[in-house]
Design a protein around this ligand. Sequence first.
Ligand SMILES: Nc1ncnc2c1ncn2[C@@H]1O[C@H](COP(=O)(O)OP(=O)(O)OP(=O)(O)O)[C@@H](O)[C@H]1O
Length: 303
Amino acid sequence: MLKVKNISFGYSSTTVLEEVDFSIGIGENLAIIGESGSGKSTMLKLIYGEYDLEVGEILWNDIKILGPKYNLVIGYDFMKYVTQEFDLMPYTSVEENIGKYLSRFYPKEKEKRIKELIKVVELESFSKTKVKNLSGGQKQRVALARALAKEPEILLLDEPFSHIDNFKKQSLRRNLFKYLKGNSISCIVATHDKSDVLGFADKMIVLHNKKIIAKGTPQELYKSPKTPLIASFFEEFSTINDEIYYAHQLEIVEQSNFKALVKQSYFNGNSWLIEAEYNSDSVFITHRNFLEKDTVVYFNIKK
Ligand SMILES: Nc1ncnc2c1ncn2[C@@H]1O[C@H](COP(=O)(O)OP(=O)(O)OP(=O)(O)O)[C@@H](O)[C@H]1O
């Protein structure tokens, strides 16, 4: 179990994180969300032991995570961290990169493990390719596979699919998170992308103004977002009479007390997102058809 106990941290005199406290169990998937600069990467780096903590402590089971003041080499064998930079060996092949930390003394096992991981990240046709000749997204997949090579007990992922195209992203996400669950590897994912969270995270925390402002399952936070910031992570929303409503919770009707003027219609696949002006504010409503700008519409809150 990972326990982050009441930590506060700043790079200089200004604090970045204040009284942050949470824990995750074996095999659990935790998502950390928050605006850019809210401290997500800093949180991962502290868990990895990249900086010394002055306030609070971080424990993996009974092991206290220590920073560079106490550890000559940063990091621990049971933990892997995939940063936004990847940190690969450019002039060697994909399989050599993935196998870098695997023992040479068991060549058969090594080969089998590399093959298994190459399959998880769907890079079968690139196993012999030099990393320098890969795209950003392919490099990101090599970095993920390499982090898994020595079976960490906990994996820290910073925006793990940010460079990967939409065609691959869905299946890669499913593969990776299924692999982690299947092998009881705990995982913390810092992300801006709700698709990394909704179907996969067991718990999520929201960082804002240095603190955790919400904790819960994705279902709990989605269903009752406490603040507009939390709602905005999931979907377009409107605030009506101080209540938050997602676009699909509003509907356009023949008559109602809510009268609005269409500003724009956005194609959204199986529906349109209508942006309309209501009481000098924007409201967002899901609708089956395109609506012309300046059309007067009435809308309701769905029961
Ligand atoms: N090495 C550093 N030295 C000084 N300040 C830093 C350092 N790294 C980050 N910061 C500052 O700490 C704050 C948190 O940064 P951090 O990278 O943790 O945010 P983030 O939530 O991961 O952002 P993003 O989503 O953009 O990656 C920011 O204000 C940033 O400028």
